[in-house]
Write a protein that binds this ligand. Sequence first.
Ligand SMILES: Nc1ncnc2c1ncn2[C@@H]1O[C@H](COP(=O)(O)OP(=O)(O)OP(=O)(O)O)[C@@H](O)[C@H]1O
Length: 304
Amino acid sequence: MTTLLDVQNVSKRFTMGGIFGRKTIDAVMDASFSLSSENPEIFTIIGESGSGKTTLARMILGLEDPTEGDILFRGEQVDRHAGRAERLKFMSHVQPVFQNPFEAFNPLKQIERYLESTARRFLDTSDKAAIDKAMDDSLQKVGLSLKEVRGRFPHEMSGGQLQRCAIARALIPNPPLLIADEPVSMVDASLRMSIVNLLKSLRDDLKVSVIYITHDLATAYYISNRIIIMQRGRIVEMGDARTVLENPEHAYSRLLKASVLSTDDAGAGKLGTDPTMLDQANNSVGRAGELVARPDGRHVRVYA
Ligand SMILES: Nc1ncnc2c1ncn2[C@@H]1O[C@H](COP(=O)(O)OP(=O)(O)OP(=O)(O)O)[C@@H](O)[C@H]1O
């Protein structure tokens, strides 16, 4: 089995302020996991706001340097400072999909212009027929076509359609890995599942692995193969998504699950948390503990 992505003991510390009043934030602490080339999967990173999900994603994309640890893509170090050609090669393998499709596209620019410039860059051609074909192929993969998109501006599409276009743009270089940071949170609830199903079909039909970053337990449960749960920069639980979400073991994972209102509880206006759960979860904040690997592949952080 060959490794597609290897995240090895990665940490990120941000330092802010001047000599007086310097402040540090440990956004990510000692994160390790790997994805294989042979088994495309949806690998989900879940956790509350500020738990370090985006920072981890930015490091994988080579947009941020780790303070410690290594990130290897197909055995090569992800290097933010690599030359243009190297960077382009890396970006043809690892593509981002961002949260807000309306921010990803300039409102004054036709959508096809984005697709066109991406195709021109990655295909390294100015042949119009080849560029049109690459754009149409990518749009077909997300259930659209160049004919439907041609001449349209971002505001002429729904959030769901625009997110499809953003995913089509990311697919132009045929990357084996997509990093999707909250790709459905800005999309209308009614269209969300179509994007989630699209990610699923990219994995199943096109063999693309997806790192799916979300707050949303329901979609995570529905599409993920494996999951990591992050609390304040630390992975507290990791493993098969269904196993972890059906039976979370770390106090924070249990709190996260209990905080999702069932329709019954929502009707009754109550959360399914017991009062000690929050205390137990808070108790782990700031404590390193140890992420213990089990024989069944599940990892749970434990404290002495
Ligand atoms: N460039 C930066 N400079 C300083 N601190 C930062 C920077 N980027 C992130 N942080 C801090 O690092 C921590 C983790 O942030 P991050 O955005 O990775 O979390 P997140 O889990 O993605 O949150 P959200 O779900 O709200 O996007 C936060 O405390 C954040 O304020």
